[in-house]
Design a binder for this molecule. Structure first.
Ligand code: ZN
Length: 193
């Protein structure tokens, strides 16, 4: 790619100004135009994100300049215990859509309140205390053989209710229903075992 035209300008992805920029590497199927900012092209750092398709195919955590790729479930540990240095977290379910563009303009400095990117809910504000409680509840309900679909839809079948009442965990179902439609809940269900 030696022949790529290079110039100095603003990056339409991360918003950096006065950087070396390249022509946008977007494919015909690129749908993220609404998330771009004004500028002249794509900087070399952002270009790597598009060229290395792992950023779209896998979930990842970026700490400093180091990106490590994971399966969605392996990201649970990072959500519950994020690193102490500035970080970005991305979760993908579909592995097709480029959902990480907003992350290139957001870096997290707090381990207790942070923003993650996903390809199923765009960006999600995470409160570590809240997701820790949700994670415990999800683990308990998973032990009671509750499917992820039920956890997301809140449609617990009658048989689950009956069993819960008999065994004394109907409060867990009620608490799960209280979390329905909470983006953090959806995230934690997806990363749950
Ligand atoms: Zn950039």
């Amino acid at each position: 790619m030696e022949s790529t035209y290079k110039k100095t300008g603003g990056c339409i992805v991360c918003g950096a100004s006065e950087v070396t920029i390249l022509d946008p590497p977007f494919s015909d199927s690129f749908t993220g135009y609404s998330e771009l900012v004004s500028g002249d092209g794509v900087c070399e750092k952002c270009n790597v994100m598009f060229i290395d398709r792992n950023h779209t195919w896998k979930s990842w955590i970026k700490v400093g300049n180091e990106t490590t790729f994971y399966k969605m479930k392996e990201m649970r540990q990072w959500l519950l215990a994020p690193p102490e240095r500035p970080f970005s977290i991305y979760l993908t379910k579909g592995r097709k859509k480029i959902g990480w563009i907003p992350l290139l303009r957001l870096e997290n400095y707090s381990q207790d309140n942070f923003i993650i990117g996903t390809d199923f809910l765009s960006v999600v504000m995470i409160n570590r205390k809240e997701i820790t409680i949700m994670d415990k509840l999800i683990s308990t309900l998973r032990e009671h053989k509750t499917s992820k679909n039920v956890l997301l839809s809140g449609e617990f079948p009658a048989i689950a209710w009956r069993k819960a009442i008999e065994e004394g965990w109907e409060e867990d179902i009620k608490n799960a229903l209280g979390n329905k439609n909470n983006p953090q809940w959806e995230v934690m269900v997806h990363v749950a075992v």
